[in-house]
Design a protein around this ligand. Structure first.
Ligand SMILES: [Zn+2]
Length: 201
């Protein structure tokens, strides 16, 4: 067998194909290990995961397609993703996008602390900051923040003029209600359906 660095993606695709067909476990393992060490394009990760029964690759590839893939639908991508995956993907992306818009357009009400000097001023500042600062990054068209990144920023870069205790309470409330995590449930549900081969919108 030639050294790992000599294998192109096409070679590894052929090797996996052959190894799965003749049930050559060692060759399959070799190809998977080499692919794991490469920067494989995301659509190909999903394709390999599904074609060659590597289920652990499917969730990561699917997450990346929903969050990071801007939809450069070349003819090759179209073929390797396939109509069924694309249907699931576009459906989920739209659902997540709608959810993010809903969250961004309406700032949550602050559960004010008893030490808050002016509930109205505090809420007005929070509302302005929610749209002017939080939403800009959360809705970024090329690199939207993940829910964890958004929560981290909300927690650590509190908007000025919002009463400190109120800000802490508001962030805790958002975490407790899992508002930014709802999209993870939507995506996970679709991944489960894709893995089971029984996806329905
Ligand atoms: Zn307040």
């Amino acid at each position: 067998m030639k050294p790992a660095y000599d294998y192109t993606l096409e070679d590894l695709d052929d090797l996996l194909n052959m190894a799965c067909f003749i049930q050559a476990d060692k060759a399959r393992e070799f190809a998977i290990n080499v692919l794991n060490s490469r920067d494989v394009p995301i659509p190909w990760m999903l394709y390999y995961g599904q074609c060659y029964d590597i289920p652990e690759w499917i969730p990561n590839a699917f997450w990346a397609l929903v969050h990071r893939w801007t939809g450069n639908l070349t003819e090759t991508n179209f073929h390797i993703l396939g109509c069924r995956n694309l249907r699931v993907l576009f459906h989920v992306k739209e659902e997540v996008s709608n959810l993010r818009s809903q969250i961004s357009y309406t700032a949550p009400s602050i559960p004010h602390d008893s030490t808050c000097p002016s509930n109205k001023e505090c809420q007005d500042t929070w509302n302005a900051s929610w749209w002017g600062s939080f939403a800009r990054h959360y809705l970024h068209p090329e690199r939207p923040e993940t829910p964890d990144e958004a929560i981290f920023k909300l927690s650590h870069a509190g908007p000025p003029k919002v009463h400190v205790s109120c800000h802490t309470r508001a962030v805790e409330w958002i975490k407790e209600k899992g508002i930014l995590q709802r999209e993870e449930q939507i995506i996970q549900h679709s991944i489960n359906m894709v893995l089971q081969g029984s996806w329905q919108p």
